[in-house]
Design a protein around this ligand. Structure first.
Ligand code: NDP
Length: 309
């Protein structure tokens, strides 16, 4: 079997275009555009890159987009003050605090400070509870929302299917499992203490991998015909290894040679391609969907807060 590719870049482009149209309609019919504030403390380069992407995407969709960069030595109280200001701001519908925050901050306290009706990332503990407990009106974190959209695009009926989520982080693994459960899949969550991983993951009709270990999921982890979603993004400059893995993918190698670096997924893509029915590439799979989902969540919150939907 040769898997079909779930092209996150293309799908996210389609979603973002639709959001752009919806924003124009909101402006014309109701006189507002959705507002998104991203707050970052300090300048962790990786975080800054993500913040920039989010800001750019929000601007492009026609949102009111604000970036608030607190200095690296800002206190927890200053961050909480800023969150409260955004909570009160009439033009802001979604607030996102870019993680990680400095180690000495109480992350739970910060995430709890974001007003529920503006919690675009779904990380406020109340939102986390709503995702587990409620049938609707919850806001799920952006990456899991994007993952679910990709699975939907395969056309697979998730009801009753065996779904295995490899990884149990609060950001990806657990919320993805909760969303799969809402779709009536039979869900198993695996982690670093799971015994004999391949025997569990190879039962999966839907396998979501969010581990952060390059190329860990090889052929023996995958059931013939499974839908495989690879969330992992693992930076590499190891040209020799990259060329060995992507021997039959000259365009991947060309990109690496041009940039001097590349990315491995958590899944061994060439092996998965031969066994799965659908597979997400890295990059260009889940990553672009995360941004599109953030925009979708912001529009949802704006419609609820301003139009009472
Ligand atoms: P975390 O590090 O928070 O969680 C990793 C999970 O994987 C943990 O539950 C851990 O288990 C489990 N794990 C680690 N090693 C093993 C192993 N050898 N066997 C089995 N399980 C293992 O990562 P995240 O969930 O935040 O991210 C996962 C990956 O997804 C990363 O590569 C990250 O960069 C990427 N990512 C991509 C996004 C995108 O938009 N494309 C967004 C977010 C993340 P335990 O709990 O027992 O420690």
């Amino acid at each position: 079997m040769t898997a079909q590719i779930l092209d996150g870049t293309r799908i996210s482009g389609e979603i973002r275009e639709k959001i752009g149209e919806e924003v124009a309609a909101l402006k014309a019919e109701h006189g507002f555009v959705p507002g998104l504030t991203v707050i970052q403390v300090g300048e962790v380069p990786e975080s800054s890159a993500y913040v920039k992407m989010k800001e750019k995407a929000a601007n492009k969709a026609g949102f009111l987009s604000r970036k608030i960069n607190l200095p690296v030595d800002a206190s927890e109280a200053e961050l909480l003050d800023e969150i409260h200001r955004q909570n009160e701001h009439p033009d802001i519908d979604g607030i996102l605090v870019q993680l990680p925050v400095p180690d000495e901050f109480d992350e739970n306290k910060i995430l709890s400070a974001v007003a529920i009706e503006k919690d675009v990332d779904g990380f406020n503990p109340y939102s986390v509870g709503m995702l587990s407990a409620s049938k609707d009106r919850f806001i799920a974190p952006a990456t899991p929302v994007g993952i679910m959209e990709l699975i939907r695009r395969t056309g697979i009926d998730m009801k009753g299917k065996e779904a295995v989520v490899l990884g149990r982080s609060n950001i990806v693994g657990k919320p993805t499992a909760a969303l799969l459960l809402k779709e009536h899949a039979t869900v198993t969550i695996c982690h670093s203490r799971t015994k004999d991983l391949p025997s569990v993951t190879s039962r999966a009709d839907i396998l979501v991998v969010a581990v952060g270990r390059e190329l860990m999921v090889t052929s023996e982890y995958i059931k013939e015909g499974a839908v495989v979603i690879d969330v992992g993004v693992n930076y590499t400059e190891d040209e020799k290894k990259f060329k060995e893995v992507y021997l039959d993918f000259p365009d991947f190698i060309e990109k690496l040679e041009k940039k001097g670096y590349g990315y491995f997924g958590d899944v061994h893509y060439p092996q998965a391609l031969k066994k799965a029915s659908w597979i997400t590439p890295v990059p260009g799979g889940v990553g672009p969907m995360t941004i599109a989902s953030l925009l979708m969540n912001t529009v949802t919150l704006a419609r609820r807060r301003r139009l009472g939907e």
